[in-house]
Design a protein around this ligand. Structure first.
Ligand code: GCO
Length: 445
């Protein structure tokens, strides 16, 4: 039975999301080039269990079954990413048609199943050749990304009408070029490298949006930002200020340039000596009008002042007794409501999607052959309830995508964290819809 409190408008788009490196496998197939995640994962000690994406969910070969699975779950939309290295194995130049053929066939399969494709052009997997030239630290990456976006749009744009340029620049800039826990694993104890990478990422977004508009005039184009709701741990002035800095670092650093055309002034002051050189025309490029903002939301952040903490002198603290997922992230449905309301009021994007939301739990296959993931059902029900709450309060929310369709390669966590609506037995590649998948299917059906 559909939960009556969750009734959404009929056009609301229910979906699930994945990304290329996390599910495809077949990293050597059909002319694909190497990406930074191939390199990073092949180096011992970077990933739990030294796991890699070489096989992952073998989606590259099993995509037809996966589309059938989506259809059986009543999905109306599917968000997936394109592997840049399949399309341009060297990052630029010679186009690998077989890579385009794969995504083209997938798009046809989705449309035949009545599922709207949402394409993400970049989900963390930069071609290694481009990283060798400096990756996101090199300004020319914006032109490379734009040229790649054009190639994909020219092939898929007749059928794909929803485009996401970048997935979560906060993640790949700060974790890839600051803490070094994500590919390419470059480290900087100061904000300089992450800020330079982020500026080029935002610029690449802006120039790619223009190229996409030219190639696909009827496209809906957006970006996906991971956002969090920040609460100070106490009401002491130092913690309030730390919370503001953390918010500047995590949320506003990306939202302000996209929607206001400048970086947040309190943060540029804090990071004055680390700021990249900014060409005066860049900010206008970055603030190109968008059709939607995609929000990735997983948890809130409770923040304390910590003068010794790198980058922002603030620290995320655990809430005593709070329920968490197996990632250790506090479960905070209210935070999703707060984020949606805040973005609507302060930045007013034309439309919003919850483009990723979900939870990892220690799922096990029961003797009855099912996965009884009641905790995930509760997580989804509460978060979707808060999304509805925001919609009721005037937020122009157009859809919700569960992360993820399948258990998959969770970056540095390897295969130890299961985020899927569908359980994947990695030894046989059998897919088993979890109880949460059936619950989700009923919401949509
Ligand atoms: C990210 C990505 C996803 C993750 C998901 C769970 O946030 O890093 O978009 O690829 O798998 O968010 O951590």
């Amino acid at each position: 039975m559909t939960d009556p409190t969750l009734l959404f408008p009929s056009g609301f788009l229910w979906g699930a999301a994945t990304s290329a490196y996390q599910i495809e496998g077949a990293t050597d197939s059909d002319g694909r080039g190497e990406s930074i995640w191939d390199t990073f994962a092949s180096s011992a000690g970077n990933i739990k269990g030294d796991a890699t994406g070489e096989v992952a969910c073998d989606h590259y070969r099993r995509w037809r079954d996966d589309v059938a699975l989506m259809k059986s779950l009543n999905l109306r939309a599917y968000r997936f990413s394109i592997s840049w290295s399949r399309i341009l194995p060297e990052g630029r130049g010679v186009v690998n048609t077989r890579g385009l053929d794969f995504y083209s066939a997938l798009v046809d399969g989705l449309l035949e199943a009545g599922i709207t494709p949402f394409v993400t052009l970049y989900h963390f997997d930069l071609p290694q050749t481009l990283e060798d030239e400096g990756g996101w630290l090199r300004r020319g990456i914006a032109d490379d990304f734009t040229a790649y976006a054009e190639v994909v749009a020219n092939r898929l744009g007749d059928r794909v009408k929803h485009w996401i340029t970048l997935n979560e620049p906060w993640v790949f800039c700060w974790l890839g070029y600051g803490t070094g826990v994500h590919a390419p694993g470059r480290r900087d104890d100061t904000p300089a490298q992450p800020l330079l990478a982020a500026h080029h990422a935002l610029l690449a977004h802006g120039t790619a949006v223009r190229a996409l508009r030219a190639a696909v005039p009827d496209a809906q184009i957006g970006i996906s930002n991971i956002l969090t709701h920040v609460d100070p741990v106490t009401n002491r002035a130092v913690d309030l200020e730390a919370a503001a800095r953390y918010d500047g670092f995590y949320n506003r650093w990306f939202l302000d340039p996209l929607f206001r055309g400048h970086y947040p002034h309190d943060m540029t002051e804090l990071w004055e000596e680390h700021m990249p050189d900014i060409d005066p025309a860049d900010m206008a490029q970055i603030a190109v009008p968008l059709d939607f903002l995609g929000i990735g939301y997983y948890t809130r952040a409770v923040v304390a002042d910590n003068p010794g903490a790198p980058y922002h002198a603030a620290q995320v603290v655990q809430t005593q007794g709070a329920a968490t997922t197996s990632m250790g992230w506090e479960i905070s449905p209210q935070g999703l409501y707060d984020v949606l309301k805040r973005v609507h009021h302060e930045y007013a994007p034309h439309a919003l999607y919850v483009i990723e939301n979900g939870a990892a739990f220690d799922d096990t296959l029961s003797e009855d052959g099912n996965v009884h993931d009641d905790a995930r059902i509760a997580f989804l029900r509460e978060h979707i309830g808060e999304a509805k709450h925001a919609l009721n309060d005037g937020v122009p929310l157009n859809g919700y995508f569960a992360w993820s369709l399948l258990d998959n390669f969770e970056w540095t966590e390897g295969f130890t964290q299961r985020f899927g609506l569908t359980y994947v037995d990695y030894t046989t590649q059998r897919r088993i819809a979890k109880d949460s998948a059936r619950w989700y299917a009923q919401q949509m059906g």
